[in-house]
Structure formats: C-alpha cells, structure tokens
Design a binder for this molecule. Structure first.
Ligand code: HEM
Length: 403
C-alpha cells in the first residue's frame, strides 16, 4: 500500500457526503487509533466518500458494515485492499474470491483450523506464554511488543504450519509489507518473496505430507481434485499474512488497556479461564483493528447514496463495536457486557477462520500474565502512539512493575 493523494470526486457522490480523510492516517490517530475512528463515526453520515487513496466510500455504522460484509451479491471480495490499484494486485485465495467458488477453499480452512484442533494448541500457547513471562518477571520491566507480542503468536503459528522459527523474521517482514501503508518492501516484491519461499516447502509437503496446516492445504480434497501448485501458494501466503500481524497488534492494544486500567486488572486477576475468555470477547469488541474493503458489483442505491459498479467501500471493522446504536457506552470496556455486537473478525462468508486461535492466544496471555504480574504500568519511555494500515498498531508497549 502507498497512501494517499486526492482523486477528483465523481459526479455521483453528493458533496455533503465528502469527508477529506486518509483512512491510514486519520486526524488524532497517533494518540488513539480507536478514538480517532470513533470521532469520524460521530461526526459523519453513516456512509461517506473520501477523495484520498484514489477515492472510496467508508461505511461508518455497524449495521452498514454488517450489510456490506454479508452482501456478497452486491459487494465483491475481488478487491479488499485500498487503494484499489494496490488491492487489484492482492489476488490471494480465499480472501479475493466470492461464493460459490469461495466455498471449497473455505471448507479446507474450516477443516484445517477446526475448533478441536485449535483447542489442542492451548497447552502449547500456555507453555510459551509462561516461558516468555517468567523470563521477564525478575527484571521488573519488558518491551511487551518486542519480547512477547511479536514472539508468542509467531511461535504458535510456525508450529501450526511446521516452519522453522529461524524463518519467522522474514515472514513477518513480508507480511508487514502487505499490510502497512508505508511498507518496508513494495507489495508485489513481498508477495513474490512469499511465493518463492513457499514454493519448495509446498512441493516437499505434497511429496511427504505431515500433520501440519500446509500439508492439509496441499492434500485437501477439493471435490475430486487437489489444489494446483499456484492455488496452494496463494492460499498458504494468505494464511501466513492473516495469522501473523493481527494477533501481534491486538495484544499490544489489549495490554496497553490493562496497563492503564488498574480496576480492569483487579477484576481479572485470579479469575478462571472462562471468565478471562469472556473478558477477551469484550476487548475484541472495543479494540477491533482490521480495515478492509469491498468492490461494488452493480450500480445500487445504498443508505441514501448511489454506489456505482467498481466503487470501493472501506470496512473499518473497528467502528462496528464502537457504534452506540448497537453497544451502549461503547468506549467503555465493560467485562459484564452481554451480546456485544462487532465485526473484529469480520462477518459473513469471509469471517475469520483463525478467530478461535486468536482469542485463545489473547486470553491465555492475559491469564498467565496476571498470575505472575498482577500489577503493572506503562513505562515512561513506551511509545503508545498508534499507526493505521490494514491492521491498526500501537508502536511499542513497554511495561514496568515491582520485581
Ligand atoms: C487478532 C486476530 C485476528 C483478527 C482481528 C482477524 C480478523 C480477520 C477479519 C476481519 C477477516 C475478514 C476479512 C474479510 O472479510 O475480507 C479475517 C479473515 C481471515 N483470517 Fe483472520 N484475524 C485474526 C487472526 C487470524 C489468525 C490467527 C489466522 C490464521 C491462523 C487468521 C486467518 C484468516 C484467514 C485465512 C482469513 C480469510 C478468510 C476468508 O477469506 O474466507 N486470522 N480475519
């Protein structure tokens, strides 16, 4: 992705719907990613147009977001990244495929990441979390972002796909290059690097399959055929991108919240796994972080505006949970909240297949952390500024406590 430059506003966009904002650099975003999105939601109509990033709509209310995500007959996944010219390069399976073609690929993912299989990872997640936390407990301080958030999900993930930890740095670099507005590497170069890396791995797994997720990808029965090599590369790349940057950054937002809220820490300390998991649901409502998009298939009237075939509609999933029309007092984290509505993991046919794993990683982190470090705060040299992108981010969460 490269931001931002203004494009001319097309004739079908009413002037009162135009808001000049860059979704990857909202005003006030550096101070608070979620407050910045909430301010845009509060001050705008339900769906607006921005001339930035080649010009696109932004859905700003929960019901509008839900309709766009569920309505694949009107809103296609063929382009899900903004700006559109970058999204057109994406072409990954299954995110850029619509039903009915999407279904068999999705079945493969659902089988590969079935609940029972993900639950079998809980002990491994707990062991890695405990090891990482115990290493820092006596020091009274840690760079949570570098020493924990960037390590735990990747260690679990590398085990899931059975790739060596030594390769995780490269994988993170390529994944970030495909999700950041100012990428360390150009998008297409990162995609090519992923493919080149996975090419021999997938060939070997096809020859000698094992129990890991990539072996499942290459051996899956797709209704009487196997995935072609090209399809396997695309699907495997998508899994690697989706599973790496998201959990890392969500953990940053979750721990920043706990560091700043002694009351919330006290509420969770000593609670059992079920209670911590319930609290984690509320954190996902409050701290959604994935900003994706859809492309309009045909000219339609939608929430008072005319959308034209080919228009892009941004879906900032974080604003869904922050909509007070659906969740009262939405900026408040309320662990007793019931039936919260959000789309942190998307909704509709593309809803995240990794959500069980993601939730487990976050809940187990909080549980194991509070067991050993019930009281902690943000260090003076932490960098709690946020950045935008396909995945929102807190720069560097440095924590301190009484050792
Ligand atoms: C905090 C963690 C996570 C968040 C917030 C998140 C969020 C999302 C969202 C919003 C989508 C929907 C995209 C769309 O509608 O176009 C999605 C899809 C997806 N996610 Fe996640 N995700 C997370 C973790 C994971 C993990 C750990 C994995 C894999 C191990 C994963 C794999 C995927 C895949 C493969 C898709 C594409 C599904 C499809 O197109 O059918 N995600 N995720």
């Amino acid at each position: 992705m490269t931001a931002t430059l203004s494009a001319p506003v097309p004739d079908h966009v009413p002037p009162e719907r135009v808001v000049d904002v860059d979704i990857y650099a909202l005003p006030g975003q550096a101070d608070d990613f979620h407050a910045a999105w909430k301010a845009l939601q509060d001050g705008s109509p339900d769906i607006v147009w921005t001339p930035r990033n080649e010009g696109h709509w932004i859905a700003l209310r929960g019901d509008v977001l839900a309709e766009v995500q569920a309505g694949h007959e009107r809103f296609s996944n063929q382009v899900i990244v903004l700006p559109k010219s970058v999204g057109e390069l994406h072409r990954l399976i299954p995110t850029t495929i619509d039903p009915p073609e999407h279904r068999p690929y999705r079945k493969l993912l659902n089988d590969g990441m079935a609940l029972a299989k993900m639950r079998r990872l809980h002990d491994a997640i707990r062991a890695v979390a405990a090891e990482l936390i115990e290493a820092v407990v006596p020091t009274g301080r840690c760079d949570f972002t570098g020493d924990f958030a960037q390590v735990l999900p990747i260690r679990i993930f590398m085990a899931l796909v059975d790739l060596p930890m030594a390769d995780s740095g490269r994988i993170r670099l390529w994944a970030e290059s495909m999700t950041r507005p100012h990428p360390p590497m150009p998008f297409e170069e990162a995609r090519a690097a992923f493919f080149a890396y996975l090419d021999p791995v997938l060939t070997a797994r096809r020859a000698v399959p094992a129990e890991d997720l990539l072996s499942e990808v290459v051996t899956a029965d797709m209704g009487g055929r196997r995935l072609s090599h090209e399809e396997s590369l695309s699907l495997a790349t998508q899994i690697l991108i989706a599973g790496v940057d998201t959990v890392v950054n969500f953990l940053g937002f979750a721990m920043l919240f706990l560091a700043r809220n002694p009351q919330a820490r006290a509420e969770l300390a000593g609670k059992d796994s079920n209670a911590v998991m319930a609290a984690t649901h509320e954190l996902f409502r409050r701290y959604g972080l994935v900003t994706i998009a859809r492309i309009v298939r045909h000219d339609i009237d939608f929430h008072g505006v005319a959308l034209k075939a080919g228009d892009m509609v941004c879906i900032p999933t974080q604003v869904h949970g922050l909509d007070e029309r659906l969740n009262p007092d939405p900026m408040k984290v309320d662990f007793a909240r019931r039936a919260a509505r959000h789309s942190a993991f998307g909704s509709g046919v593309h809803m995240c297949p990794g959500q069980e794993l993601a939730r487990a990683e976050v809940a187990i982190t909080i549980e194991e952390w509070l067991k050993r470090i019930p009281d902690f705060h943000l260090a003076d040299d932490a960098d709690a500024r946020c950045s935008g992108g396909l995945v929102g981010q807190v720069n560097r969460v440095i924590l301190e406590w009484q050792a």
